[in-house]
Ligand binder design. Sequence first.
Ligand SMILES: Cc1cc2nc3c(=O)[nH]c(=O)nc-3n(C[C@H](O)[C@H](O)[C@H](O)COP(=O)(O)OP(=O)(O)OC[C@H]3O[C@@H](n4cnc5c(N)ncnc54)[C@H](O)[C@@H]3O)c2cc1C
Length: 461
Amino acid sequence: MKKYDFVIIGSGSGGGTAAILAAQHKTSVALIEGGNIGGTNLHWGCIPIKSLVSSSKMFQHARHGEDYGVNIPQVNASLATWTNRERLVVAKLAEEMDRSLRKHGITVLRGTASFETENTIRIHNDKSTEIIEGRKIIIATGSVPFTFENTSAESRKLVGTSNDFVHLTHLPPRLLIVGGGYIGCELCGIYSSLGSQITLVEGGSHLLPELETEAGDYLQKKFEQSGVRVILNTKVTGVTHSEDGNRAVAQLDNGQTIEEDRILVAVGRHPNLDDLNLDIVGISHDRAIIVNDQLQTNLRHVYAIGDCNGRCALAHSAFAQAEVAVLHAIGESATMDFRHIPFCVLTNPEITAVGLNEESAVKQGIPIKVSRCSFRSVGRALAMGELDGFVKLVAEEHSGRILGGLIIGSNASELIPQIVLALKFGATAHQLAHMTCPRPSLSEAIQEAARRLISDPLNSL
Ligand SMILES: Cc1cc2nc3c(=O)[nH]c(=O)nc-3n(C[C@H](O)[C@H](O)[C@H](O)COP(=O)(O)OP(=O)(O)OC[C@H]3O[C@@H](n4cnc5c(N)ncnc54)[C@H](O)[C@@H]3O)c2cc1C
């Protein structure tokens, strides 16, 4: 039986990163993958979505070329060409990943992994079964989308999850999106920009339930301005199809039905633990694998990182967890800090947030100061024609220490790391207000919001 220092199950954002980091520490590594090398992030998540969002943004810019002094007589776009570009982007990154795994001498084993004993893993595929041993084992099996149970085979042709929709080549003229979380909202933005008539149904009282109400309300207004119908406080309880079998029909919990060409179910994801045989070796789990702050399971040589531990289901969180798990496993001290992980929504405009938000601070009775700066007052935003949105900062009242921030606007996900750094190093509003920003830049909005926290504003909008 082959023995490795690390056996890693799953090659997504968590497992792929862990494998490379472990190899860089001169350990022997086996990486097991039952699906596509690169996992969700690369094949069905951030990268395909970001690629489609970029096409959508380019399309919108081209359509409004005259606003920038560029006359483009005829602008055409189709989902098929966007998806084609997306596939090329994914293929290029997959190639890079393959090269990196080979360069680091990682043994890649294809097949489904399950625990045989506490230190041995069985890998089986169509052709063979192999058992290997790991001194340390990292589980990084990710998550899978929820779907509606009891959907008939005929209805299923008209209903899909984000896994199906990120690769769609024909635009549904009318689409129902179930779930107003970040995945539903990102896909809503992409398809509506191409002209699909969209109804978005969310069970909660605002879109983006992951964030404070203000963020979802802002996005709802933008969606409604572009013709999307948003229905809140309503749940879809089941899905069938019309008599002729051509249209999908959703039953709502208020007794009504909605009939559309296709239905995208985006009601969340759950940890993927199905094949692991966790109970055979006694690894504690409920809905997700239970881990401590070093990401160890109750078997201390077994770690669980990324979506499968249910702590924070984001690609950059999985990256950070991979680093903690590998460092801890090789004997260094490392602890996962989930407090300062930014949340990003790649809609138009982008929405990002990190740390404590105003709503939670008020609920918890934490004395805070809040300030905001609209991008309308920022020269660079005007020059770019990107006036949507604002920066909002939350600081501790007595010390001025930055506690959190929300950014809605162009390039928000590129700006938020400034607030992440402020949180990580305990910076105050005073320090943030006195950083030197390139001028003109969108970062000035962060600086101005900080200046307003210390009552020293430079402009009044
Ligand atoms: C539509 C969409 C958009 C997203 N957008 C963003 C975004 O913009 N930003 C962001 O940070 N996050 C985003 N995410 C979330 C992000 O993709 C995930 O948080 C991230 O991929 C989790 O990484 P992971 O390593 O835990 O799991 P995964 O990337 O899911 O990898 C798990 C891997 O394990 C394999 N596997 C599972 N079980 C076994 C087994 N028993 N044996 C062998 N292999 C197995 C799977 O085949 C898979 O390849 C998005 C997700 C989706 C679906």
